[in-house]
Design a protein around this ligand. Sequence first.
Ligand code: ADP
Ligand code: ASP
Ligand code: MG
Length: 417
Amino acid sequence: MQVYKFGGASVKSADAVRNALNIISLCDDNLVLIVSAMGKTTNALEELLGKYYSGKEFKNAFKTVFEYHFEIINLLFDPKSSVFETVNLIFNKLKEKLESPVSENYDKEYDEIVSVGEILSTTIVSYYLNENNITNKLLDAREIVETDSNFRAAKVDFEKTAINLKTTVNFNEYKVYIIQGFIASDENNSPTTLGREGSDYTAAIVANILSASELTLWKDVDGIYNADPKLIDNVIKLNEISFREATELAYFGAKVIHSKTAKPLMNKGIKLTVRSFLNYDSAGTTVGDFEAKISPLVPIFIFKNNQVLLTISAKEFEFIDERIFERIFSILNKFKIKINLMQNSALNLSICFDYNPNDFNKFLSAVGEEFNYKYNQDLTLITIRHYTEETIQKLTKGKQIKLEQKSRINAFYLVEN
Ligand code: ADP
Ligand code: ASP
Ligand code: MG
């Protein structure tokens, strides 16, 4: 069997869904389809949640999501199709939720509201395939993928998930199953999510559990390049890349795959390909157990925007020692902040991390209770893997560098925009 993952862009419009049907109909193997929320729905739901949570008027934000999905289904279905009723029910449930008082736990509210994006997309795709000769069974990831209660970054319980999935999927009954990426639930059946862009990871988990022969991620790019083709001209496509190298790229911010995708596949030697849903004859990039890290071997450039550089020092004249590290790390952990780059001197610790508007000020106050700090915002972290002096010159020329670091393979530059 094979696993296909359709990202947001691949189902962003009625035409995109029709195109996905073409791709699926070319596969004669048993299939599990992992589908993300349509287009930028997750962002739109985050906006809706923000308004709901802060007590602001959210009608327009709700309308945006509602009209977007209805525009797609109006184009895809006969007006008599029961998809309209089903989609309406999903929106009614969301409305009910938004009419109830907010709870203290923002992250829990996030997962309940934002997970609706994947429920909508999979419902629509499942109906559309069923009505176009691809009989399929729609599953609810909240009943299959079990996690802890670390809302917004939930950890998957592999064993429980494996039992649930294996007892549900039976290719003698259906050749095609559809399941949401990114969403899951905890032991109290509260919806959870695996972190933004988490659908790639869901796809890898499903591929592992069902021992897929291959996982294909259908994206709006022809594969993995040596830089984001939307940001840089003359990029070079990688034909092959090792699991380890792909994980490093993802970790440093190459959005093309989620950093957790490789591990479940590596464990079972499952091949991963990144292919274009627009140009589906092209072979794309294969990620696998290759000796060579990348082929062709070229420097790789990764840009991570919206970075904060925070420099922390003790309130008294004190060394930054392990005890202080421990305190700072515990605050970072509390706010679920992941460090992208770190450097220390005798009296200062500088850390670079993604800016999160929701709790940045709260985080700073928590730091300020125990330490002195200074910070810069709106920076870009440039990572050059397999760097050369020439590539460093080219990428940092004319830029104000706030922090830099080099290892044998990586060069990092945190720069002002
Ligand atoms: P999905 O729809 O599956 O979630 P994403 O939008 O997350 O897909 O990933 C595809 C995007 O990743 C591309 O549109 C591209 O702009 C971006 N990207 C970033 N780095 C790279 C890279 N090195 N190679 C290819 N694409 C990249
Ligand atoms: N829809 C989620 C997001 O946009 C998950 C995913 O697309 O992978 O982050
Ligand atoms: Mg993605």
